[in-house]
Design a protein around this ligand. Structure first.
Ligand SMILES: Cc1ncc(COP(=O)(O)O)c(C=O)c1O
Length: 404
């Protein structure tokens, strides 16, 4: 027989997953309940209310999609897009391409608007593209962990309303770590994952949608045979092409009707519930400030080591930092040594950035002074071992001066 899993205690300082808050892991050991147990239904209601707070919304439909963040992206897109619909995707990194790919699978006519990696779009560029292409849906990332950039969104909702488009925002990498005002910015559908700024494990994807989105989804509602009751009528729109990610069915399941759909991932609901409690208990403003400070400290430390930061710093996410791998240094060897000798994970990169930058996260539970300090100290040691001239002690001093 193989042994039980007994993983090493790593400090996860990549772009996610990060270490879950121990409070979240504790609730995950709570006893399972059936999904129609009144106690469990009460936890579902509480989770909806808690995530209204986190998403800064009054949306009735604020729920959890079971699966990683991508599950909620797919649920939103497959439930909103009908074959032939026009979809505009501003692409500023890998996760823009992901939305292009999912929208195409949904049968959309997709226009990908691209900007160089490490940059974001000017609001006027997005407005012009929406006016010209007239999409039914605009699907955009708030923060793209692949490039570490965050797209300003405060005006986009208004451009979409003016042009009769629905706006979907993938806030996987930013929810809980960066200001995101669902209602005030007129974002129609927003989704996230737990494993980044919310300080939980991957496997549950919070999502919120407003009445504009609900109207489209309800028109496509089809109740499964076997659950249909006498006299019940389906919507007159085309059926949603996924059963698991059918938001009309998931909404029925979360509603007081509690219509059966999937078996709830009970333990993940407990985790999501606790993640939201932690963020709201701290207060959104304080959580955003904690992320910004950790990022500032990390940036100060990396700069003091003489390393060069990646991308447009004015639009960098406050929770992931891209830093160039210095000339002559084997980036993967550094990551391996950090992991094996220091138990610290930092991120590699994809596509055009592969082998060029490391990505270091300071998010959720790990947006803390001691985590930043430990990472900088270990990186300095490993780079010195690789014969890079780094001023010893300068990085930690610079980072700690941000906290002082
Ligand atoms: C912006 C963004 N969207 C989507 C995802 C995919 O999330 P998951 O791997 O949880 O499905 C990520 C993960 O890094 C992300 O950063």
């Amino acid at each position: 027989m193989v042994e039980s899993v007994n993983p090493p205690h790593r400090l996860l300082m990549g772009p996610g997953p990060i270490n879950a808050d121990p409070r979240v892991l504790r609730v995950m050991g709570a006893p399972l309940l059936g999904q129609f147990d009144p106690v469990f239904r009460e936890y579902m209601k509480q989770a909806s209310a808690l995530y209204r707070g986190v998403f800064q919304t009054r949306n009735r439909w604020t729920l959890l999609v079971d699966g990683t963040a991508r599950a909620a992206i797919e649920a939103a897109l497959v439930s909103l897009i009908e074959p032939g619909d026009r979809v505009l995707v501003p692409v500023f990194g890998r996760f823009g391409h992901l939305k292009v790919e999912i929208a195409k699978r949904c049968g959309a006519e997709v226009r990908a608007l691209e900007t160089g990696w490490g940059t974001v779009f000017a609001p006027e560029t997005l407005e012009k593209a929406i006016r010209e292409f007239k999409p039914k849906l605009v699907a955009v990332s708030h923060g793209d962990t692949s490039t570490t950039m965050a797209q300003p969104l405060s005006e986009l909702g208004h451009f979409c309303r003016d042009n009769d488009a629905i706006l979907y925002v993938d806030a996987t990498a930013t929810l809980g770590g960066m200001d995101l005002r669902t209602d005030a910015w007129q974002l129609d559908v927003v989704s996230a994952g737990l494993q980044k700024c919310l300080g939980g494990p991957p496997g549950s994807a919070p999502l919120t949608l407003n009445e504009r989105a609900e109207k489209i989804i309800q028109r496509r509602k089809h109740t499964e045979e076997g659950l249909r009751e006498m006299g019940q009528r389906d919507g007159d729109g085309p059926v949603i092409r996924s059963n698991y990610f059918d938001l009309a069915m998931i909404m029925d399941y979360w509603s007081d009707k509690a219509l059966n759909h999937h078996t709830e991932a009970t333990t993940m609901l407990y985790a999501a519930h606790e993640c939201a409690r932690i963020v709201l208990e701290e207060g959104l403003e304080k959580a955003f400030a904690r992320h910004a400070r950790a990022s500032k400290a990390l940036v100060a430390g990396l700069s003091a080591m003489g390393l060069k930061l990646y991308g447009d710093q004015a639009h960098k996410m406050p929770n992931v930092t891209g830093v160039y791998i210095p000339q002559g240094i084997d980036g993967e060897a550094v990551r391996r040594t950090l992991l094996e000798q220091h138990n610290i994970e930092i991120g590699t990169s994809f596509g055009p950035l592969r082998g060029r930058i490391w990505r270091i996260g300071t998010m959720g539970y790990n947006a803390r002074a001691d985590a930043v300090e430990q990472t900088l100290r270990a990186l300095e040691t490993v780079l010195s071992q690789q014969k890079l001239k780094v001023p010893r002690g300068a990085a930690v001093d610079a980072a700690l001066s941000v906290y002082r």
